[in-house]
Design a protein around this ligand. Structure first.
Ligand code: ZN
Ligand code: ZN
Length: 189
């Protein structure tokens, strides 16, 4: 199991339970306590969680604010739209919203996994399991706005009020690629 996969699972477990124990993670992943402690230190370093004795809990907003800026546009992250991207080699980066997250993933081939914040509940969800609402009639963070929902029903309800198109991450990525191509063609005319 790659470190990035463990990071993602650890963050998911904390979102589900509020906290995790090192001993539980050792049992879950079958790796050493040292590896788990290193994982937790790493995630604490980027503000994804807060270390406590013997484990970790949901992030307390005390992290270095400089580590919480969008790699794409420099906006401070941490709102209802933040994303965490995991790169090969175990480094992470932040995006202010799925709009910037989509741009980053299309520019960085080494992104192995990513989490996005559910727009309703604020919990981090794997982008592979989430539904994205592309270009609704409201502007939240960047334009065109892209919002993440853990439940497709929530995204559906939101779109009935505010428009936009429901997409999986893959569909949204393809849309960004198309859009970028169109923009380029438009400029050439
Ligand atoms: Zn951004
Ligand atoms: Zn943004």
């Amino acid at each position: 199991m790659l470190a990035a996969d463990r990071y993602q699972r650890i963050v998911e477990l904390i979102d589900e339970n509020g906290s995790v124990l090192v001993s539980d993670l050792v049992a879950e992943f079958g790796v050493s306590r040292m590896t788990i402690n290193r994982d937790l230190d790493h995630l604490a370093g980027i503000g994804s969680l807060t270390r406590v004795h013997g484990g970790a809990m949901s992030a307390v907003e005390t992290g270095d604010p400089r580590s919480r800026h969008c790699l794409m546009c420099g906006t401070e992250t941490g709102g209802r739209t933040a994303m965490t991207l995991f790169h090969e080699g175990g480094t992470q980066s932040q995006a202010c919203c799925p709009h910037c997250g989509l741009m980053l993933v299309s520019e960085h081939a080494d992104v192995t996994a990513a989490l996005a914040q559910d727009f309703i509940g604020g919990q981090m969800v794997s982008i592979r399991a989430a539904t994205f609402l592309v270009a609704p009639d409201v502007t939240v963070c960047c334009v065109p706005t892209v919002l993440c929902f853990e439940e497709r029903d929530d995204a559906d309800r939101f779109s009935r009020g505010f428009g936009g198109t429901l997409m999986t991450w893959e569909e949204a990525q393809a849309d960004v690629r198309d859009h970028m191509t169109l923009t380029k063609e438009g400029t050439e005319v």
